[in-house]
Design a protein around this ligand. Structure first.
Ligand code: NDP
Length: 281
């Protein structure tokens, strides 16, 4: 078994982003700008936002943060997002999810122009991905593809199984693997024989949100196992894969923490710099 070191690969990507941000500054006299909008005081969201701001500082991306109270009105929230959509210093806008229940997330996200949608969640960017056209791709699945690429794993001709079908991880993950010529199976809570499906995977991606859900008997000898899960338990943060047992069978595996997580932030910065370059010409 070999560990895929997401932290080290993310650091490489951040160094590349920094070089691009510096070049951008030389050409345009301003930094690429990323705006993050955070609603309420959810502790996990606050940590994610802090990490993103710190990563911006490390890479020469200017960050703008709007902290809005959980009871903000729909109208106030829309005004903030609209202003960011028009602000020329801001090249990427990210709304930190989850949102307070009274806000219409779909509507708020639709106010971000696709060119500034650095999360890749807009209908236009999702559609582009489905059509195999260039666009902005959701950071977590994009980060997984980059982990595979930089670990010399080509999905072409491989049997890839994605467990999870959410709009932010599972579905875009499956489309990326399909676009990379893998033979893709997507599993979910209604999959009839999950163990059998998983055990056929050359590349197994777990995006379920349940600690140690993928056990060794679900994994083929020599498979590449990517653990997207982030589960907070009494014993700390763990992934969706029973790491201790599965690492005996996998040829390559990502740890949690230190696997996919750091890549999500690195890809967000990469998407932001790419958005800035596209907007400024
Ligand atoms: P969701 O809860 O939106 O989706 C979970 C998926 O898992 C669903 O498609 C669900 O199926 C499926 N599922 C749940 N239970 C089972 C089961 N018993 N058998 C088979 N499938 C099941 O989660 P997300 O996609 O948003 O996130 C998945 C995990 O990835 C979470 O742990 C999350 O914290 C983590 N994550 C990590 C990121 C990172 O940067 N590392 C970024 C984003 C997420 P169904 O659709 O049928 O309900």
């Amino acid at each position: 078994m070999k560990l895929i070191d997401g932290k080290a690969i993310a650091a490489q990507i951040k160094a590349e982003v920094r070089a691009r941000a510096e070049k951008f500054f030389e050409r345009h006299g301003k930094q690429p700008g990323l705006a993050v909008v955070l609603f309420g005081d959810d502790p996990a969201s606050q940590i994610y936002v802090r990490n993103k701001i710190r990563a911006c500082e490390e890479t020469g991306v200017r960050s703008f943060t709007d902290y809005l109270p959980a009871d903000v009105t729909e109208r106030q929230a829309e005004e903030v997002v609209r202003a960011l959509a028009e602000d020329e210093k801001v090249h990427g806008v990210l709304i930190q999810l989850p949102l307070p229940a009274h806000l219409d997330g779909k509507r708020l996200l639709s106010l971000i122009p696709p060119i500034k949608d650095v999360d890749g969640f807009s209908a236009e960017n999702v559609g582009r991905l489905a059509l195999g056209e260039a666009g902005t791709v959701a950071c977590t699945p994009l980060g997984v593809m980059e982990l595979l690429r930089r670990s010399n794993v080509s999905p072409e001709g491989k049997r890839a199984v994605v467990v999870g079908r959410s709009n932010i991880v599972g579905k875009p993950m499956a489309m990326l693997l399909l676009n990379a010529n893998a033979t893709v199976t997507v599993c979910h809570s209604r999959t009839a024989d999950l163990k059998e499906e998983c055990a056929r995977a050359d590349i197994l991606i777990a995006a379920v949100g349940r600690p140690a859900f993928i056990t060794a008997d679900m994994v083929k000898e020599g498979a590449v196992v990517i653990d997207v899960g982030v589960n907070r338990t009494e014993r700390g943060v763990c992934g969706d894969v029973d790491f201790g047992a599965v690492c005996e069978k996998a040829s390559l595996i990502t740890p949690v923490p230190g696997g996919v997580g750091p890549m999500t932030v690195a890809m967000l910065l990469q998407n932001t710099v790419a958005a800035a370059e596209a907007q400024e010409g």
